[in-house]
Design a protein around this ligand. Structure first.
Ligand code: URA
Length: 252
């Protein structure tokens, strides 16, 4: 990004309106640049160095925003959709003008960690298939997940389209079904609970990996992506900006 930019572009970027609305602000003398009333909405300013004020309030300029969402079920991971509610529809108005987009997709029914940003370079790094960024999911699976499934995932399983997955790590938290050892009251369709860490992001990958070993995921939640962990204090649908330490670790 250039060091200097048009004043109206900068003010539009921080959500102060369209270029013509900003022109009006400048016309009525509401915009100060380094303490002096701006005369021309097209003047060049350096948003990192010049002090900008509108109606007496300082403008905090930033190019990128990084938001963590605890994605709720029932919304699609897209910026717009003609029929469905999207994750961007859940954002506070203050963030809308930053043109953020979700970094990767979670299925409509999947919950948990979703990063939204307008930093295309970071998104590219996190999503690049060559980077093998680990993503950990909590899954509830119908039936009994066992060590053999863990071995299969470690070797790689062949999905319905013939693709063989990269080695993934399975941790079994609880085993239901099968031989009834779980002792949870004779429920004929018992669940196992697992953590699965994958280093790629094929369409419906976790669900299809379990289908490949003859099982079905009935609840899925992403817990982490690279160094970023879901803040469990966020309720479904809630969003917060990344803390500096979280961002610093993601950007290395
Ligand atoms: N794997 C899936 O099957 N679904 C998701 O939403 C994410 C990973």
């Amino acid at each position: 990004m250039k060091a200097t930019q048009r004043l109206d572009k900068i003010l539009a970027h921080v959500g102060l309106g369209t270029r013509s609305e900003i022109k009006q602000l400048v016309r009525r003398g509401a915009v100060l640049v380094n303490g002096a009333v701006a005369k021309d909405s097209g003047m060049q300013v350096n948003p990192q160095q010049d002090k900008l004020e509108v109606d007496g309030a300082p403008i905090l300029y930033r190019e990128h925003v990084y938001l963590m969402m605890n994605k709720p079920p029932g919304v699609v991971s897209a910026t717009e959709d003609t029929r469905e509610r999207t994750v961007v529809d859940l954002l506070d108005k203050a963030y809308r003008h930053f043109s953020v987009f979700p970094v990767g997709r979670l299925d409509k029914d999947t919950e948990g960690l979703l990063l939204l940003t307008n930093d295309g370079a970071l998104a590219h790094r996190l999503l690049s298939p060559r980077k093998h960024v680990p993503k950990t999911y909590y899954a509830r699976v119908l039936g009994r997940v066992d060590a053999a499934d863990g071995e299969a995932f470690k070797r790689g399983v062949t999905l319905d389209d013939g693709y063989t997955t990269l080695p993934a790590e399975l941790e079994i938290l609880s085993q239901g079904g099968g031989d009834g050892e779980s002792g949870s009251g004779g429920d004929s369709e018992e669940h196992s609970e697992v953590l699965l860490t994958i280093v790629e992001g094929k369409f419906h990958q976790v669900k299809r990996m379990f289908i490949a070993v003859g099982k079905r995921v009935d609840y899925l939640k992403r817990l982490s992506m690279g160094s970023l962990k879901l803040d469990e204090s966020l309720r479904p649908g809630e969003v917060r900006e990344l803390r500096e330490d979280e961002l610093a670790r993601l950007l290395v």
